[in-house]
Design a protein around this ligand. Sequence first.
Ligand code: CNA
Length: 247
Amino acid sequence: MDDAISRLTRAIRDADSTTALTGAGVSTASGIPDFRGEDGIWNAAFDPADFRIERFLSDPAGFWKDRLELHEAMFPGDIEPNPAHEALATMELRGQLDAVITQNTDGLHQEAGSRELFELHGNARRVVCMDCGGKTMSEPVRKRLRDGECPPRCDCDGLLKPDVVLFGESMPEAILAESQRRARNSDVFLSVGSSLAVEPAASLPKAAARNAFLVVCNLDSTPHDGRADVVFHEDVTELLPALAARL
Ligand code: CNA
């Protein structure tokens, strides 16, 4: 691993632009299970089909009941950023990382101090009104749900939806376009803690690989390992702090 870190360190020092793409594996050390890893949410009692936009629109009360259970399984208790989030925030602060593109909805990059942040799948700490588009924090809404208000509604009486991209929904176009632009223009592109199984995020490393030094760090292998310049089958909470310390 030492030789590979040295190559990566040199590449980042020589780069004009370095971008990181993160997935659920960056947050497992904070106690948030991933979707497809060994103890992933989809291997447990949840079915992705229950969390589609069509289900939300046809059965909002049933959707919200299941969503509350999913939320409690995904975000048990108080969650905090871990050394992987902190290393990325430190690298950005020092000017060694230009942006983080994340598939995560947990808000932990922001909490760790990442500023140039693109949340491809939204943020589960917020809800959005389907009528007026207003966004508010989700915790008070979950309390209202637990108290029996189901489905929860906005002051304008519109249905509230978690401010995340549900299966079957399209991604926010501006965020996706900017993420693709950054991937194409990066000199170094780090894909960390993602199975790279979900499109269109999975296509970002492919776009980046045409010009960039591509690095994949994930416990399991990914479909892009073959095109990466360096692959680490390592824990991101070890690799990223080690990298930040070497830079
Ligand atoms: P995924 O498909 O669940 O893959 C995560 C990958 O991370 C797996 O291949 C694991 O092997 C790997 N992994 C787990 N822990 C570590 C670790 N400590 N170090 C290195 N690798 C590790 O998740 P993706 O992000 O690739 O898929 C995108 C989905 C997952 C998006 O829709 C997310 O919204 C969704 N998700 C987000 C969260 C979150 O916000 N924290 C949690 C669970 C799922």
